[in-house]
Design a protein around this ligand. Structure first.
Ligand SMILES: [Ca+2]
Length: 176
């Protein structure tokens, strides 16, 4: 390994570590969820959320084979606009492989509960500066285990890679 390459790797490593300590807006609440189950809601739920918000929520449960999401109520976002270019408020759901699964927008949307493969799931809630705010969203997630929840070498190494990816995603969002 050349010195230059070592320096490059080291700078990437340092930026990842630094990004781990980057907090999102206090109103958003915690951004990282590693427990087997938990509840994630929009800021102030069920009161109307604020304008001009950008919150992200990373669920990463070590060793989980899949993650289930149960909506506590209909997703209630601004109904005036649902166009990422023109404006509106959105809840994005992204799978662990980076594929965007849902782009939710609109008032009083009844969503079906769902289960996705893998141990991670990412949510991002973005609101613009205009329009009436709905009450937002609230859901409960549960991690499922195919092997009884035992951590093995594979899941531990995968866990490390996920941590790096989560940090990278945080860094991307914070620098966007
Ligand atoms: Ca809005």
């Amino acid at each position: 390994m050349t010195v230059m390459r070592a320096v490059a790797y080291f700078s990437v490593f340092v930026s990842v570590i630094l990004s781990l300590g980057t907090a999102q807006n206090d109103d958003c609440g915690p951004s990282t969820f590693t427990n087997k189950e938990g509840t994630i809601s929009s800021p102030g739920y069920p009161q109307p959320y604020k304008r001009d918000t950008d919150c992200y929520y990373n669920i990463t449960v070590w060793g989980a084979s899949s993650i289930s999401v149960h909506w506590n109520s209909a997703v209630d976002l601004e109904k005036e606009a649902c166009n990422a270019t023109l404006g509106g408020d959105f809840l994005y759901i992204t799978l662990s492989n980076g594929t965007q699964m849902e782009e939710l927008c609109g008032a009083n949307r009844t969503q079906e509960d769902f289960t996705v493969e893998g141990d991670s799931l990412f949510f991002r809630f973005v609101t613009d500066r205009s329009g009436a705010a709905g009450k937002g969203f609230s859901f409960q997630y549960t991690a499922n285990y195919s092997n009884g929840g035992d951590l093995n070498v594979f899941s531990v190494s995968k866990m490390f890679i996920w941590l790096l990816m989560v940090a990278f995603l945080n860094a991307c969002i914070n620098n966007a």
